[in-house]
Design a protein around this ligand. Structure first.
Ligand code: MRU
Length: 377
């Protein structure tokens, strides 16, 4: 089988621009995002001065990925407060910008609660804005810490499941520093294996239709110097059949109380393939992605995206001609089915890795125990 090495980068080098940062120029506070729709062609900043700009950035996927959405949601509340906008209005617009990743609503709720509490306690809008910002900063920091711990737990699990090292790991979508305050979730585990000299190859699913794997994960992998190879999503089956995959590592947008995992569309077929081929299917996510209020997979709202994302392709900076601004790849008027996520049932998930530890098998009791442990910290 073809085993071409993709370009290998010059060593561990994160993007020059962090995925998100808070700044306070003389004109007033801003949230500066790395515009992920422009990657890998160029690193461009997107400067947001209010919640509506952030809502647009979230919807267009300029900023994306569950943990980062939580962080941005919290900073968005802080931004509205610092600039004197209606905080409650901003909070509900932000929380509703995308429905599936529960981290977004959790981040917004946390900053809004800090704002409300401080306002009730002091009656001072400035203090309340500072409290919202402190909450956002704390979430940002905690997410970075959670990344480190997930990487440690995840690598230990890989080593246990695959004694002998030389792991060949398949991943889907994008789960590295572009979606996190730190080095990410599933990608952070692969990176830990690479640093330990135990990652033989990262197989990167391109992740149709918006190519988060090709545009973003390959971009991140190239900067670490790890061996990685890009494949089309529909090549994964033949890769499993050839015995080239030792484990699947993916992130999550929401984990229901029964352990069902919503993640980028295409994750569920990988879980089915992994089960058929006796390959561990491992989900890596912070505890903030577990939603005890969503009882099961059927209760997870799956975002439906516009059809033109399927009927057109939009390469960064490509000439634009189609209704969605891209190059048509289907006859005009073609209907498209375009869910952004799918749901994998717990029985297909070998393990869930969080910063609080690993659960395997995945049961509602084990998940509840993990959440309880996290609340005690
Ligand atoms: O639509 P996206 O790009 O926001 O989807 C992102 C994913 O599905 C990621 O796999 C998920 O958020 C986990 S990120 C650690």
């Amino acid at each position: 089988m073809a085993d071409q090495d993709a370009q290998i980068g010059e060593g561990t080098r994160p993007p020059e621009i962090p995925a998100v940062r808070w700044e306070e120029p003389p004109e007033g506070p801003v949230l500066v995002l790395l515009d992920q729709t422009r990657l890998p062609a160029e690193e461009v900043e997107l400067v947001c001065t209010d919640a509506s700009a952030l809502v647009e950035a979230i919807r267009s996927l300029a900023v994306r990925g569950a943990p980062l959405l939580g962080i941005v949601g919290a900073y968005g509340v802080a931004l509205a407060a610092a600039r004197g906008f209606d905080v409650e209005e901003a909070a509900s617009a932000l929380a509703g910008a995308r429905p599936t990743a529960v981290n977004l609503a959790v981040g917004v709720r946390r900053a809004r609660a800090a704002h409300r509490d401080a306002l009730a306690r002091t009656g001072d809008a400035r203090e309340a804005a500072e409290a919202a910002l402190a909450a956002a900063r704390a979430l940002h920091r905690e997410d970075a810490e959670a990344s480190v711990r997930m990487a440690g737990h995840g690598l230990a699990l890989l080593d246990e499941l695959l004694p002998g090292g030389g792991h060949r790991v398949l991943t889907h979508c994008n789960t590295g520093s572009l979606v996190s305050g730190g080095e990410g979730t599933a990608f952070a585990v692969a990176l830990a294996a690479h640093r330990a000299g135990r990652l033989r190859r990262l197989w990167v699913d391109e992740t149709r239709p918006l190519l988060q794997g090709a545009r973003l994960t390959a971009y991140e992998a190239a900067r670490t110097g790890m061996a990685y190879t890009l494949l089309t999503d529909n090549a994964a089956g033949s890769l499993f059949a050839a015995g080239e995959v030792d484990a699947v590592l993916i992130g999550a947008d929401r984990i229901a109380a029964d352990g069902s995992v919503a993640n980028k569309v295409g994750s569920y077929p990988l879980a089915v393939l992994a089960r058929y081929h006796h390959v561990p299917f491992i989900v890596v996510a912070p505890v903030t992605t577990v939603d005890p209020d969503t009882p099961d997979g059927a209760s997870i709202e799956v975002e439906q995206r516009p059809g033109y994302e399927v009927t057109e392709v939009t390469a960064p900076q490509a000439p634009v001609t189609g209704a969605g601004g891209g190059i048509p790849v289907a006859p005009l008027g073609t209907q498209a089915y375009n869910p952004a996520f799918d749901v994998t049932p717990p029985e297909l998930v070998t393990a869930i890795v969080t910063e609080e530890g690993v659960i395997s098998p995945v049961t509602s009791e084990a998940l509840a125990g993990l959440c309880a442990r996290s609340r005690q910290v």
